[in-house]
Design a binder for this molecule. Structure first.
Ligand code: KIV
Length: 283
């Protein structure tokens, strides 16, 4: 009996490329080069995102919604994050891997924040962490950076605050709110963050914050004048089950393609068209 030499789904291993660093990401702003960030939560996606040339892979807590089927990011745990960060790290990407700090892993104070950031790096293998919030997380950001872990900030629409925001609403509209977003972003820079995500803010405000900071701003729903852009893998690939947000642009339609392929598979099996002789082993 002959056996397959390559198990289904197996891939050849490439030599590991040197990982990008947070310093390199900072330097892109000086060079005027846009930073590309895409989320990934597993090995094959991380390989595809990396091979496409994104500088940063974000293992976002959006995984709770797009992979685990929760209605918000609030149920995501440290053990969920560690599981998915490890899967991404097995892809040995050239891209810098940023791990999101899930809800309640840092809101309880700088000590917990530092401990959990340390776990994402030590046990997960991440290169950097991201946490949501401005002034209220400043001490946590400072402590994590002082411990030697690069931090990406996240201001504007912060999904972990969905309960207090009363929904996923654009933030920073009106003078007071805009001033708060600006203050928060500057404070994160002062605390040592190497970049900051600006989510769901008016494009004029994003432009002003981008001008005011030395570190790169990474926009999502924040207009074209941020230093970089981040999108969620499932949004880019059209793998959604509801209506995507206004800021999403679909670059492929994997959802439709998968549906069509699966329908053909079901119909071939039912009609005994799969497998054929070439797809079967002889004696
Ligand atoms: O969790 C996530 O994917 C994020 C990005 C959308 C910025 O925080």
């Amino acid at each position: 009996m002959s056996v397959p030499s390559t198990p289904p789904g197996a891939v050849a291993k490439d030599a590991a490329a040197p990982r990008r660093t947070a310093r390199e990401i900072l330097a892109l702003k000086t060079k005027g080069e846009k930073v590309v960030v895409v989320t990934a939560y597993d090995y094959p996606t991380a390989r595809l995102v990396d091979e496409a040339g994104a500088e940063i892979i974000l293992v976002g807590d959006s995984l709770g919604m797009v992979v685990l089927g929760y209605e918000s990011t609030l149920p995501v745990t440290m053990s969920d994050m560690l599981h998915h960060v490890r899967a991404v790290m097995r892809a040995k990407p050239r891209a810098l891997v940023v791990a999101d700090m899930p809800f309640m892993s840092f809101q309880t104070g700088p000590r917990d924040a530092l401990r959990n950031a340390g776990r994402l790096v030590q046990k997960g293998g991440a290169d950097a962490v991201k946490l949501e919030g401005g002034a209220r997380v400043a001490e946590a950001v400072r402590a994590i950076v002082e411990a030697g872990i690069p931090v990406m900030g996240h201001v504007g629409l912060t999904p972990q605050s969905v309960l207090t925001m009363g929904g996923y609403r654009v933030q920073g509209r009106g003078e007071d709110e805009a001033a708060r977003v600006m203050r928060d972003a500057k404070l994160l820079e002062a605390c040592g963050a190497f970049s900051v995500v600006l989510e769901g803010v008016p494009k004029d405000l994003a432009r002003e914050v981008t001008k005011a900071l030395k570190i790169p701003t990474i926009g999502i729903g924040a207009g074209v004048e941020c230093d970089g852009q981040v999108l969620v893998w499932h949004d880019v690939m059209g793998l959604w089950f509801g209506r995507p947000a206004k800021f999403v642009r679909r670059y492929a339609d994997l959802g439709e393609s998968a549906r069509g392929g699966l329908e053909r598979f079901v119909s071939d099996v039912k009609a005994k068209r799969f497998p054929n002789d070439d797809e079967s082993y002889g004696a």
